[in-house]
Design a protein around this ligand. Sequence first.
Ligand code: NDP
Length: 286
Amino acid sequence: MSGKLINGKEIGEIIRQSIQKEVNDLQEQGVTPGLAVILVGDNPASKTYVSNKQKSCEQIGIYSELIELSADTTEETLLNEINKLNADPAIDGILVQLPLPKHITEQNVIAAISPEKDVDGFHPESVGKMILGQPTYLPCTPYGVMKLLEYANIDVAGKHAVIVGRSHIVGVPMGQLLLQKDATVTYCHSKTPDLVAMTTQADILVVATGRAKMIGAEHVKEGAVVIDVGINRDENNKLCGDVDFDAVVDKVSAITPVPKGVGPMTITMLLFNTLQSAKKKLTQDK
Ligand code: NDP
């Protein structure tokens, strides 16, 4: 038996079509959603992510603005840029591409973004509201995973979800969103002594470690659903996930590939959040 592929490219495309329709409707009412992306320094992976985000905006009619700052930009200059964007009516969403150079404190930068425009969902106010289950911008990658599960008809309620990774942008919010959908959630991380003992209990296993192919057949229960968030390069410089896809695909009931799994969903949910922000502006203007 081979596990069903959960195709994030196809599911993302379906969601993008409905976003595009709403963007068109908004434009007819005189509103163009706008996203500003700030890139500090010249990290090649960050440049690729930023250019993909811009291309996706253009494709569906969202205005996008790129602010490129040199690696030696001061925190003060960056905060000034954010304040300008906070006040700019053409901008509905602000995204600061992470990681930032070491001399800049990420927490200060994220806190400076207006919660109204925090389409990445990383601001403390957004995180607090997410945990309380209040309406807010949900962080794009875990939100994208929830949409993948929904579109693949995978019911989460009552399932044991095991998350490997506890970063604030993926692992931690992932567990919270699954918990809100009535999963029983276990978090694992680098200090978990017996990872296999944990992951083999998972009905739904989400892996976000940044360690290429670290999850093999021995980590996975027969028939589990495996969501691979990782984006890495293997020994042949080919894109791969944190899961050894070939080793586990015959054991699982469903699995996301890398590429074309979680990656396209992250950008899709960014477009979705930017649209929601623009829609709010319309109701406030009325
Ligand atoms: P971080 O490096 O911030 O976090 C990695 C987490 O994995 C940490 O919690 C760490 O534990 C844990 N970990 C590392 N090694 C092990 C191990 N051997 N056993 C168990 N746990 C381990 O990474 P991110 O969350 O930012 O990203 C994770 C991956 O997802 C990366 O490959 C990244 O490129 C990818 N990613 C993909 C996105 C997409 O759109 N598809 C979006 C964002 C990220 P500890 O806390 O103890 O150190």
